[in-house]
Design a protein around this ligand. Structure first.
Ligand SMILES: NC(=O)c1ccc[n+]([C@@H]2O[C@H](COP(=O)([O-])OP(=O)(O)OC[C@H]3O[C@@H](n4cnc5c(N)ncnc54)[C@H](O)[C@@H]3O)[C@@H](O)[C@H]2O)c1
Length: 353
């Protein structure tokens, strides 16, 4: 059996605790170090962690016995026992810790978005290109069983040519539910446009390739802080197919989290919503696909497992996302923001290369 990958996690909030739990249930990994600036977290108290999707019982303290704890992420990166650095800190800190991880010549799992801006994202990807270590970013929807299945069937031609597609992702407000309320600060999080809607931007990119231009409209943060917290976007493709996505944080606490999509193709319509995933074929068949072949239960499990497999295999790139695509998603989000700021005029997306 291959040697376990020794993991250090920086940031023990919603994503860090989720990753910790997944690694602890994966026999390819051993979590050896944790870093967080909050001493309560390092003592195992995760009662302040909020999850809009998934999440365990955060009233139960974590058992961190045998795990090195650091108040400074840089000390974790310098820990010689750590092979894989998993960065789960707020978005505006991704660049700093990612660059330090490359400098320390370690494998890197970086939560999404890869950076707060496309400039940061480009620099991270360029630096990653000079490293022989594994690197991925947590665009987990690519690995989410329902989305993954449809990606594989659609790209294999099972549904025929796409006519139109719609994606939706909405969540209750995150205001007041994160460290220093960083989600509410656009300069730190990019608002719902970058934080939440990015998942559907990335799915559009994954399924259909680069949109040429975007036309977006959106509503501003209700607290008046300037971020776009609800967005509707039309994506332009040269072949004229219609692709639309909606994403946002509702100001209301009691709104259920929803992720859904509908692909209308020439030979089938595929819908994923509260009723699960269903394929409606032109010959009248309605099929609920068997997803048991996708070890799950979530895309987070699959993306982390695929990274561990790649590290154990000797640093071969993991399978879900290319470095160029990591940057492309941010470039599209920035074009959407420009379109909203520009009275919903169409904006050509400026890709990095
Ligand atoms: N892939 C997904 O589905 C998904 C879902 C949620 C969040 N995320 C991403 O994960 C990242 C973290 O989000 P979250 O929801 O866990 O946030 P959070 O606020 O719940 O947790 C952030 C943690 O980082 C710690 N922290 C802050 N500054 C630090 C520093 N300098 N050094 C060490 N620790 C520090 C905080 O104390 C807190 O424990 C974000 O980039 C977010 O976009 C991804």
């Amino acid at each position: 059996m291959s040697k376990k990958v020794k993991v250090g996690i920086i940031g023990l909030g919603f994503m860090g605790t989720t990753h910790l739990d997944i690694y602890r249930n994966n026999d390819k990994a051993e979590v050896v170090a944790i870093a967080d600036i909050n001493p309560a977290k390092l003592a195992g108290d995760i009662s302040s962690v909020f999850a809009n999707i998934g999440g365990g019982d955060n009233s139960i303290p974590l058992d961190l016995q045998g795990i090195a704890t650091y108040s400074d992420g840089m000390d974790l990166i310098a820990d010689l026992n750590v092979d894989l650095v998993d960065i789960c800190v707020p978005t505006f800190l991704h660049h700093k810790y990612a660059m330090a991880t490359f400098a320390a010549d370690k494998h890197l799992m970086l939560e999404k978005p890869i950076g707060r801006t496309s400039e940061e994202a480009k620099e991270i990807v360029e630096t990653a290109g000079k490293s022989d270590k594994c690197f991925t970013v947590g665009m987990c929807v690519r690995a989410w069983p329902e989305y993954r299945y449809v990606y594989e069937q659609f790209t294999a031609g099972k549904y025929g040519k796409l006519v139109n597609a719609f994606f939706k992702r909405v969540s209750p407000t995150l205001a007041g539910k994160s460290w220093e309320d960083w989600f509410s600060d656009e300069s730190r999080s990019g608002g719902a446009l970058l934080d939440l809607h990015l998942h559907d931007i990335d799915e559009v990119l994954y399924l259909f390739g680069r949109p040429r231009a975007v036309t977006s409209t959106g509503s501003r943060d209700f607290r008046g802080q300037g971020s776009v917290d609800h967005v509707f976007t039309f994506y332009d493709f040269d072949d004229g197919k219609t692709v639309v996505a909606e994403g946002g944080w509702s100001p209301n606490e009691n709104v259920p989290f929803e992720m859904s999509f509908q692909l209308v193709c020439e030979q089938a319509t595929v819908i994923f919503n509260a009723a699960g995933l269903n394929e409606y074929f032109e010959d009248g068949r309605v099929v609920k696909p068997d997803l048991s072949a996708y070890p799950g239960p979530t895309g987070w499990h699959q993306e982390l497992d695929s990274l561990l497999v790649a590290i154990q295999a000797g640093g071969i790139a993991e399978k879900y996302i290319t470095p160029v695509e990591m940057v492309d998603g941010i470039c599209i989000a920035e074009a959407e923001r420009k379109s909203i700021d520009n009275n919903s005029n169409k904006v050509i997306v400026e890709y990095s290369k």
